[in-house]
Design a binder for this molecule. Structure first.
Ligand code: SF4
Ligand code: SF4
Length: 490
């Protein structure tokens, strides 16, 4: 095993080369050891959701899923990477499905054409965002439990029928969210020594070898040509498969993978993937729509507009504007002006949009982070009385729950923390915009620099607009979903 510091002659963090964590992650059953506890937690969540108290702040399903799971996922993405996919409990039924497929279904079928893109995930994400508001999922332990059950069933059925990790790569909305978030993460699975791959003839990291039972990457990410974190579930299959111990969990500059658009194994070029562009649009503007839907001015606007008293048409209007009209208008305007000021007349407006679109990912993630951190920080300690109550209901413990537990930080810390995440995201997006403009236009002379600035300006203006929208949303009276406090002004 190589040590951190030997890679390319300069010091790079490689978690797989660290003494304790590296040894653990190299262990063949490390992932199972992470998944099983989460499977137990998921089982308890489903049980309490179906049979426990149907008051959201008292139930493990609603508190565990909508406060803790979401908060911890975004914090893990910020601090490390796609750790949830690494420990995902839905992988266990998936793995059973794969075993059935390989044993009884002649290896299964290839992914059908209809599922060979991110479009199914885009549709599912929109349906999920709409359903979350329409059915008030955060307030329904019963529905939350059924969503978890549906997830297990879907992962099992899809991966029993089809090869190629179809569920993770093409369908799972949580996975797509994690893929987008991990674009700004500080760690990635990457090769340690490119020259070792150049001399490698077996390519075990991409194919399954019956002799060793080592499984290459199911998501079709071939290490020598893998770039960044998109589609990588941190499953470590490639790490176990590589006979040269040439794959690490390596530190990198967050957002740097957005600055260029090389051909990526298993993905292609970002700028040529319309489905990926749609995914980024939904997750970027969805971050704002999702937070907007829980602030008081939106409820007041609904009451003020005639004909939208019912929830379904009102949400339909919000989603149509938030995920359709606004993105199309803002992105095409930014693309059009950027193309003109940058002197890039040879490309269409939408080709220009797709060049810069990924640069919005850090800001989008900043908005999700600010939003989910708000819920987590206002309700994290609720888990203590919820678990006490759950154990008391089972007759395991007689401790009286104290329902006064809730916030993790004082209320006046919330907005500074949210604002910090938003500014951090905006900074990451601004850097990415400049780097993309530089790459396309070059920066040799004064005229080139002027064009770089011109091409970047409309996108920087859009980032500022989204930043201002995010800050405004976070200053509004907001429902404190999943806690005993119904609303707050902070
Ligand atoms: S990562 Fe390992 S198995 Fe894959 S090409 Fe490189 S050396 Fe070969
Ligand atoms: S096998 Fe594929 S998905 Fe898993 S960690 Fe390696 S590159 Fe990522």
């Amino acid at each position: 095993m190589i040590a951190a510091g030997q890679v390319y002659g300069r010091r790079r963090l490689d978690l797989l080369a660290r003494p304790v964590i590296g040894r653990f992650l190299h262990w063949r059953h490390a992932r199972t050891a992470l998944q099983v506890p989460l499977l137990v937690v998921a089982g308890l969540v489903v049980f309490d959701g179906l049979f426990g108290p149907q008051l959201a702040p008292k139930n493990l399903a609603t508190v565990g899923v909508w406060l803790h799971y979401r908060g911890l996922v975004v914090l893990a993405l910020l601090a490390a990477g796609n750790l949830f996919c690494m420990a995902c409990p839905f992988m266990l039924p998936r793995r059973f499905g794969r075993w059935l497929r390989e044993r009884w279904l002649a290896g299964g079928r290839p992914t059908p054409a209809l599922l060979r893109s991110k479009w199914p995930a885009v549709v599912l994400l929109v349906v999920f965002f709409y359903s979350y508001e329409y059915f008030a999922l955060w307030a329904s332990p019963w529905l939350t439990a059924w969503i978890a059950v549906g997830y297990f069933v879907a992962a099992f059925v899809v991966d029993t029928l089809f090869r190629g990790a179809t569920f993770c790569k093409r369908i799972c909305p949580l996975g797509q969210f994690n893929f987008l978030g991990s674009l700004v993460s500080p760690l990635e699975i990457a090769v340690r020594r490119p020259e070792t791959c150049a001399a490698c003839r077996t390519r075990d990291c991409i194919q399954t070898r019956a002799a060793t039972r080592a499984r290459g990457c199911e998501l079709a990410l071939f290490q020598p040509r893998k770039v960044g974190n998109m589609d990588c579930t941190f499953c470590l299959d490639c790490v176990h498969a590589c006979p040269h111990d040439n794959i690490g969990l390596i530190g990198r500059l967050p957002t740097a993978e957005l600055w260029s658009d090389p051909y990526r194994s298993g993905i292609g070029r970002f700028s040529q993937r319309r489905d990926l562009a749609a995914l980024v649009v939904v997750l970027t503007f969805g971050a704002f729509v999702n937070a907007l839907a829980m602030i008081r001015p939106i409820y007041e606007l609904q009451g003020w507009l005639p004909g939208f008293a019912a929830r379904a048409p009102w949400l339909g209007l919000v989603f149509l504007i938030g995920l359709g009209v606004l993105p199309v208008t803002l992105l095409s305007a930014a693309g059009f002006v950027s193309r003109g000021l940058g002197g890039e007349t040879g490309v269409t407006v939408w080709a220009s949009v797709r060049r810069y679109l990924l640069a919005l990912a850090p800001l989008a993630f900043g908005m999700w982070l600010a939003h989910y951190a708000f819920h987590f920080l206002t309700g994290a300690l609720t888990i203590t009385p919820v678990v006490q109550s759950f154990l008391a209901d089972l007759g395991v413990s007689g401790v009286q729950p104290y329902w006064g537990w809730g916030p993790l930080v004082p209320a006046d810390w919330l907005f500074p923390i949210e604002a910090f995440f938003l500014y951090l995201g905006a900074f990451g997006s601004a850097v990415a915009v400049f780097q993309i403009a530089r790459r396309h236009i070059g920066e040799g002379n004064l005229e080139a620099r002027r064009r770089v600035l011109g091409a970047a300006l409309p996108w920087l203006a859009l980032c500022l607009l989204l930043l201002a929208a995010g800050l405004w949303i976070m200053t509004q009276p907001m429902e404190m979903r999943g806690t005993f406090v119904l609303s707050s002004v902070h």
